[in-house]
Design a protein. Structure first.
Length: 122
């Protein structure tokens, strides 16, 4: 059975997202080792926390903070299935399948709403 263009696009997004996020996490761990293992991941006694906002992640990345790099990798792995849903909408639109575009757009809206609203509990 031959894979459709939609299936190939979706599988590419998933593979790329996992490889990219794993690479970023490994880079963060390598930075941690290179910096002597100090920080939230390497030293239990250290009083540091993971960045909790995009601005804090960005500031940590600019400072080559290993914790911020690992956090970016975790953000990327969370965004991978969301990206897959977005790519599916485009693929279904190209195929002209309005029903699946509508259903997948609803799924994307629910995912994005849960991502935004989920922060209210913390």
């Amino acid at each position: 059975m031959k894979a459709t263009k939609t299936e190939l696009a979706v599988s590419f997004v998933l593979r790329f997202g996992v490889i990219l996020s794993a690479s970023v996490i490994i880079l963060g761990l390598a930075l941690l080792v290179a910096q002597g293992g100090q920080g939230a991941l390497g030293d239990v006694a250290a009083v540091r926390s993971f960045p909790h906002s995009p601005a804090a992640v960005w500031a940590g990345l600019l400072a080559l903070d290993p914790v911020a790099v690992v956090t970016l990798g975790l953000i990327l792995i969370i965004l991978t299935p969301i990206s897959r849903v977005a790519v599916s909408i485009v693929a279904f639109a190209i195929e002209g399948d309005r029903r699946y575009v509508a259903v997948t757009a609803l799924v994307l809206a629910i995912l994005l709403a849960s991502l935004v609203l989920g922060k209210g509990g913390s």
